[in-house]
Structures are given as structure tokens and as C-alpha cells.
Design a binder for this molecule. Structure first.
Ligand SMILES: Nc1ncnc2c1ncn2[C@@H]1O[C@H](COP(=O)(O)OP(=O)(O)OP(=O)(O)O)[C@@H](O)[C@H]1O
Ligand SMILES: [Mg+2]
Length: 471
């Protein structure tokens, strides 16, 4: 380890984890508020301060509109409205980094010499610029070193894979976090490791499994009035109910990785419902299979197949992940003991490896990692259609039951496609296309006038962009 002190921060969708390496000892997880995992949540107080982590979670109970639980998911938003103030994304991320940075300085006694930040492998220059700006906004006086998350993970596993993988052969790192799934090949070459092809799904993580579980509960208890209150709460009490529901769903899901059944409480309905691991797996399987399909594609690029599969990220604790992986690839996966810590501790090793080669014993991970960020840049093309993917994702319609409405599944599928189109830099709708949704009677549907207004807007924006393009 270097004489200098080094702090590596893995700023995640749900959780931020940091590891501090001091000249005098092995790197250690940094405890913030006594925990190695800091929720990435931020909250704008009425007197204009940004609270972070558990403080922010607690404060959000009374006023969730002032809270953003997943600032990383907002990386492409120009600004984020929290209560009465708009924040630039670097300010929000910066608040989280600042909390960790201050704690590291306090623990270290003196300043911290170097900062390493990890990021999803597919972040391009624009998003990386925002991450650097966040470190600036946090008042960090040093320029951060940026390392892709899978590269960090590969370093964490490299020592193990020297034996397991063997010269010239490949390992696979699978990281299923709260918001994204990243899959990367690592190759053992001579005395070095390098990262190879990497791919992933930007929209699949533990949060999406939470969504799927809520949808299941909704199906079991089709009480439109209650779900409307839970989904678009208007009162402080209902906001609290909503938060309780999501928290309970998340913890129940986590418990089901260890137990075969658990109960989940649905506020307002006041029911404690029984949920089995099999039921959870049934709703999670389509999502997990999508990630396994990507893993299979990536593994197929390894000449001679993959010798070891490393699972990381909190959501990889679901036993289903290892089962499906084994079924698809025939290789038993190695599950990290503390998957949340893998990226930050690997980042420390990655950051020190290149400058500390001579003492092989002190540096178990050899330094050669090839990584070409331009190859995986998926920053959205900044096309100006007058609407962002987030706006489309966040649109909400009232539900009607006794009147005619539009089939919710059809409308949702249409909006998903519109969101994906804008994210790809295409117009939200196909210009000139007519959209017709199935009409529902005596079962829930979306209010037709609201959907019509929104779809008309998407089509008008698309037609206008099309006219500009062909003008
Ligand atoms: N025992 C468990 N079983 C299932 N899921 C779990 C378990 N423990 C944690 N998770 C889930 O893991 C996710 C958090 O993982 P992690 O901290 O690795 O994500 P992150 O780094 O914040 O997100 P990302 O890497 O996508 O930005 C949450 O969705 C959480 O519910
Ligand atoms: Mg992560």
C-alpha cells in the first residue's frame, strides 16, 4: 500500500461504500454513522441544507418531495427538484461525496491524499464530467481518479482468479446492484490480468425486483383506491405509507434470500401477507434471465469459455442468480462474502497497482488492465425533442374503474418504448403514426383524457422534430 492515504468511493444507486487505505495498514471499509454502507439518499431541508444517508431517509418520512433516494439514476437530468429548490446533479452527488470525504478526513486525522471514484463502465465523458464536478462541488481539493466499476471488481477478485482461472483463460464478473447490472470478462495473462469485453443492462437491478414485487401485491389485492394513494400520495400520512411499503418490500425481498418465506405488510390495506421465495423468484426470473442472457453472450466471447464466475452487488445475493447462472453457463458462481464492498476495495487495489509493481507480495494484483472507455460510451445523444426519458418515465395517470379507461399494460408498454426511443436519441413517437389503445370497462384503466393529452404531446413533439429534420 502507498504511504499516502487513499480513499475509494463506490457511489451506488442505493448505497455508497468507501474504503480508506492509510500508509500504515491494510485498507479498511470506512464507517459512516457506524455503518460500512451509506444510503445514497439526499434530502433538502427547509433551511436549504442537504442531508445525506440515514438522516436523509429519516427526514424524508415527513416530506418525501424533498428527498431523492437514488441520485445516481438522475445523472442525465438537467436538474432535480427537491421541494422548493432545483439542484444540479453534481450538487446532489457532491453532498454524498462530501459526507464520506469529511468522515475519511476525520478518521485519518490529517487530510486524505487521493480520491478514487468508481463509475458504471458505460458512462461516457459527459457523465464522468458530472462525477468530477460532484467532487468539486464537495470541496475535494484533489482531482479524483476515475475507475470503471467492473475494473475495480476484477482487481478485487484477481488474487483468487490467479489460481482458479489460469494463464490465458477467462473469468466473468457479474455485478447486480440496485440500479444496474454490469458483466465483464477478465483475462489472466502471464502475471497480469486485463478486463475484456463488458456489457450490461442499465435498467435492471434490485430496485426493479422491488417494483415487480409491488406489482405482484397489487395483483393479489386489486384495490385501485388504495394503490392510487400508495402510488401518488397526497397527504403526509399517505407518503409515509408509501415509504413504509417500499421499505418493507425491499427488506422482505432481502430476507427471502435467506429464508423460504416471509411476510410483507401493506399499509392502508393493513394486511400482513405471506410471501414465499418461490413467488419472489417467479416475478424476478424474467429480469434475472435478461441479465443471464447478457452474461451468456459475454461469456461466449471468451476463447475456451469462462473458468470462474464472480458475483457481486447486493442483489446478487438472491440464490436465483447463482442457480440461473449455473443452468446457463455450467459454471458454479463464486459469491462475494460482502458484495457491497467489492467495488470500493477493488478500486483501492486498482489505483495503487500501477505505481507499486516491484513488491509482488505487497501487490497481489498485477497492474495491466486495458480499458477503452470510448468503446462503451452510452451517454445519450443530446437530441432536443422537448422531453426527457425521465419525464416520460415519471408521468402518472389517474386510474378509473367505473368509467371507460385505457388498458394500463398497453399504455405502459407504449410509454416504455417512447422512453427508450428518446434515450436512444430518437423522436418519442413514430412521426405520423396513429396510436390506439384498448378500452377497458369495469376494470381498472388509465383516465383517457390524461393519456390522450400526453400522447398527443409526444406525437406533436415528434412531428415537429421530424419537420425540423427534413426542413
Ligand atoms: N440479501 C439480499 N437479497 C436480495 N437483494 C439484496 C440483498 N441485500 C441487498 N440486496 C439488494 O441489493 C441492492 C443494493 O446493492 P448495491 O449496494 O450493490 O447497489 P448499488 O451499488 O447501490 O447500485 P448500483 O451498483 O446499481 O449503482 C438493493 O436493491 C438491495 O435491496
Ligand atoms: Mg454498485
Amino acid at each position: 500500500m502507498p504511504d499516502e492515504s487513499l480513499l475509494a468511493i463506490d457511489f451506488g444507486t442505493s448505497n455508497t461504500v468507501a474504503v480508506l487505505a492509510r500508509g500504515d495498514g491494510a485498507p479498511e471499509p470506512l464507517l459512516v454513522d457506524g455503518f460500512p454502507v451509506l444510503p445514497s439518499t439526499v434530502f433538502n431541508t427547509r433551511d436549504g441544507r442537504l442531508l445525506v444517508g440515514r438522516d436523509a431517509q429519516r427526514a424524508s418520512a415527513s416530506d418525501p418531495a424533498r428527498c431523492e433516494p437514488n441520485p445516481k439514476r438522475r445523472i442525465d437530468d438537467t436538474s432535480v427538484l427537491l421541494g422548493d429548490r432545483e439542484f444540479a446533479v453534481p450538487e446532489l452527488i457532491g453532498a454524498v461525496l462530501r459526507r464520506v470525504w469529511d468522515e475519511a478526513r476525520r478518521v485519518n486525522g490529517t487530510g486524505v491524499d487521493r480520491l478514487v471514484l468508481t463509475h458504471p463502465v458505460n458512462w461516457g465523458e459527459r457523465r464522468l464530467g458530472l462525477l468530477r464536478a460532484a467532487a468539486d462541488a464537495a470541496g475535494v481539493p484533489v482531482r479524483p481518479t476515475l475507475i470503471p466499476e467492473p475494473v475495480a471488481a476484477a482487481h478485487r477478485f484477481a488474487a483468487d482468479s490467479v489460481e482458479r482461472v489460469g494463464p490465458g483463460r477467462f473469468g466473468l464478473v457479474y455485478d447486480l446492484g440496485a440500479g444496474t447490472c454490469d458483466i465483464t470478462l477478465i483475462r489472466h495473462r502471464g502475471t497480469a490480468f486485463e478486463t475484456g469485453h463488458t456489457d450490461g443492462l442499465p435498467d435492471v437491478g434490485g430496485l426493479d425486483i422491488d417494483y415487480a414485487l409491488v406489482a405482484l401485491l397489487r395483483q393479489w389485492y386489486p384495490r385501485g383506491d388504495i394503490w392510487r394513494r400508495l402510488e401518488s400520495p397526497d397527504t403526509p400520512a399517505d407518503r409515509r405509507h408509501r415509504r413504509l411499503l417500499w421499505e418493507d418490500v425491499r427488506t422482505t425481498k432481502e430476507l427471502l434470500s435467506r429464508e423460504s418465506s416471509a411476510s410483507v405488510f401493506i399499509p392502508l390495506l393493513e394486511v400482513d401477507t405471506h410471501l414465499t421465495r418461490t413467488e419472489l423468484e417467479d416475478v424476478a426470473r424474467p429480469l434475472i434471465r435478461r441479465t443471464i442472457d447478457v452474461a451468456t453472450r459475454v461469456a461466449a466471447m471468451a476463447d475456451g469459455g469462462v473458468q470462474a464466475i464472480y458475483l457481486t452487488g447486493g442483489a446478487s445475493r438472491m440464490p436465483l442468480v447463482a442457480t440461473e447462472m449455473l443452468r446457463a453457463l455450467g459454471v458454479p458462481a463464486i459469491v462475494a462474502e460482502q458484495p457491497e464492498l467489492v467495488i470500493a476495495s477493488g478500486a483501492v487495489r486498482a489505483a495503487v497497482a500501477p505505481t507499486h509493481q516491484p513488491d509482488a507480495a505487497a501487490v497481489p494484483v498485477p497492474p495491466i488492465f486495458e480499458y477503452d472507455p470510448t468503446a462503451y460510451n452510452t451517454d445519450p445523444v443530446p437530441a432536443d425533442f422537448g422531453i426527457t426519458p425521465e419525464e416520460i418515465r415519471n408521468v402518472q395517470f389517474s386510474t378509473v374503474k367505473l368509467r371507460e379507461g385505457y388498458d394500463e399494460e398497453e399504455v405502459d408498454a407504449y410509454l416504455d418504448e417512447a422512453e427508450a426511443r428518446v434515450a436512444r436519441g430518437e423522436t418519442p413517437a413514430v412521426p405520423g403514426q396513429t396510436v390506439v389503445f384498448k378500452v377497458t370497462r369495469l376494470r381498472e384503466g388509465y383516465a383517457m383524457n390524461e393519456v390522450d393529452d400526453f400522447v398527443d404531446r409526444l406525437i406533436a413533439l415528434s412531428d415537429a422534430a421530424d419537420a425540423r429534420g427534413s426542413a
